[in-house]
Design a protein around this ligand. Structure first.
Ligand code: HEC
Length: 469
């Protein structure tokens, strides 16, 4: 079957992964706060109904507006996620929709319940009796957590498809090996974010300090699940594929550093909350609360980066590479070349002095552009600036062996050479004329390197068709 090509957008100098990552981090942060904030409102409403006037004041104050704002913004950035991912990885989204349409629909229903309950509470809360208020908040909190439950299954499937790879079907994919650790981890994060924002809001309330302190103590208890995070993180590390784990633990220094940043930030927040607030009952002011929240944002960003990075070279592990090409299609593309069936013209066609460079630009768009730009973030020109021609040819032909988190090169010797010339031309600062190379001995050498590298990914996990055999 023909490899489908989708029109993709470029966002240079940002690489595509960064664009999705940026929107994703904001979305996750807002959405997780909306979940924790909802649960915290429910808890404070119960306290209020047992006769605590300050808790009542809290529930009816700013906090619920923040929750509302964050679930509206969470919803908008969620739509933005769809919007950016279809421009960048249409085939991945297509696969996710094909496999999980009923689960997406279920998630959407919970989301609709969340919105309705949240808005109804916001709009009519002050006029409702106690029981109805509690029910509405309970429904809001539960529904928002349920939308996390469903989406988490689909996201964690991308990294660890588990039994789904062996034909286990939708549920095997949904309840995959990293389903529970990531769900519980995100739940603990949500509770912590809710508590930290509550602490900041309580500080703005017009109350005497001892009464604020009492509210803060309640809110900090809500962050107690942060104590479980080291355990949940280790559980997560234990279930992800071996090669991904190896990158996180030293194999890829940028990833390892992000693991360090996430762990250290979480440890600092956790230490402050557990030792300072819960055990020592310290008072925490709004400024310190804001600092902790900023640390939590950093930890969230690093955590999402790790999750996305650990999946390389796949968007769905074992099934679809980040380039929107499946492992099974690589061998065919080695024969035909990757540009043969690509119907889309280059946007900046006239920029290049010859057709070989245009060819190279198409190869780059099809095979590299998901994770690299030419000159911007993760720019190939910077990575290879000191390399010789043959070093370039060899390393690109054996791409999956150059670095295990890149897919095998899915094109022929002419594709490699065109890409090499493009990079050379870029390194030379785009001169107006450039020679075309077509030495048959050199092309033969590249073909041999391609054969030696093979069409299999370097990772420890076999791809789908092999696993099924
Ligand atoms: C799945 C994502 C992904 C794809 C697709 C990908 N790369 Fe990479 N590549 C990376 C990452 C991540 C690095 C590491 C960057 C670093 O070390 O700073 C890298 C590193 C490199 C390096 C430097 C290797 C070294 O040892 O220093 C080269 C050269 C390179 N890529 C070329 C390419 C070319 C050419 C393509 C397309 C044919 C490509 N890559 C496709 C993710 C990818």
């Amino acid at each position: 079957m023909a490899v489908p090509y989708y029109p993709v957008n470029e966002f240079g100098p940002l690489m595509k992964g960064l664009v999705i990552g940026g929107v994703g981090i904001l979305h996750v942060f807002l959405a997780q706060f909306a979940i924790g904030g909802g649960a915290l409102l429910y808890y404070f409403e119960r306290v209020a109904q047992r006769g605590d006037p300050d808790a009542r004041k809290f529930v009816d104050g700013y906090f619920k507006i923040l929750v509302l704002v964050s679930f509206v913004l969470g919803a908008l950035t969620g739509v933005a996620m769809w919007f950016t991912t279809i421009q960048v990885g249409a085939r991945t989204i297509g696969l996710m929709v094909d496999e999980y349409h009923w689960l997406w629909a279920t998630e959407w229903v919970w989301f609709a319940v969340e919105i309705t309950a949240g808005y109804a509470f916001y709009r009519f809360g002050p006029r409702l009796d106690d029981r109805t208020r509690l029910r509405l908040l309970g429904l809001y909190a539960f529904a928002s957590w349920m939308s996390l439950f469903w989406i988490n299954g689909i996201l964690s499937w991308q990294l660890t498809p588990g039994g789904w790879l062996e034909g286990g079907g939708m549920w095997a994919g949904f309840f995959n090996p990293s389903f529970w650790p990531s769900l519980l981890f995100r739940t603990a994060v949500a509770a912590t974010l809710g508590a930290l924002v509550a602490i900041i809001v309580i500080n703005t309330m017009d109350l005497e300090r001892p009464r604020k302190a009492a509210l803060i103590r309640r809110a900090s208890r809500f962050a107690a699940p942060i104590a479980l995070m080291p355990l949940l993180a280790m559980w997560f590390l234990a279930v992800i594929p071996e090669d991904s784990r190896a990158w996180l633990l030293g194999g890829s220094m940028p990833m390892t550093m992000f693991v360090g940043v996430a762990a250290a930030a979480s440890l600092l927040i956790g230490g402050y909350v557990i030792v300072g607030l819960i055990v020592k009952r310290l008072y925490i002011n709004g400024a310190t609360g804001t600092l902790l929240l900023a640390l939590a944002f950093g930890a969230t960003a690093a955590g999402e980066f790790i999750r996305e990075g650990a999946r390389k070279p796949y968007t769905v592990r074992g099934v679809l590479y980040s380039t929107s090409i499946t492992p099974d299609e690589v061998a065919g593309l080695r024969r035909t070349g990757v540009t043969a069936a690509d119907p889309y013209p280059l946007r900046d066609h006239a920029r290049f002095p010859n057709d070989q460079l245009r060819h190279g630009a198409k190869v780059h768009r099809a095979l590299c552009d998901a994770c690299h730009t030419i000159r911007g973030s993760n720019g190939i020109v910077h990575l290879v600036a000191t390399w010789t021609d043959d070093q370039l040819r060899l390393n690109i032909a054996k791409l999956q062996r150059t670095k295990g988190f890149m897919p095998p090169f899915a094109g022929n010797a002419e594709d490699v050479e065109a890409l090499v010339q493009l990079l050379r031309w870029e390194i030379a600062d785009r001169p107006a004329s450039w020679p075309v190379t077509a030495d048959p001995i050199m092309l033969g050498q590249i073909a041999t390197w391609l054969d030696e590298a093979g069409t299999q990914p370097s990772g420890s996990q076999l791809h789908r068709s092999e696993a099924a055999r």
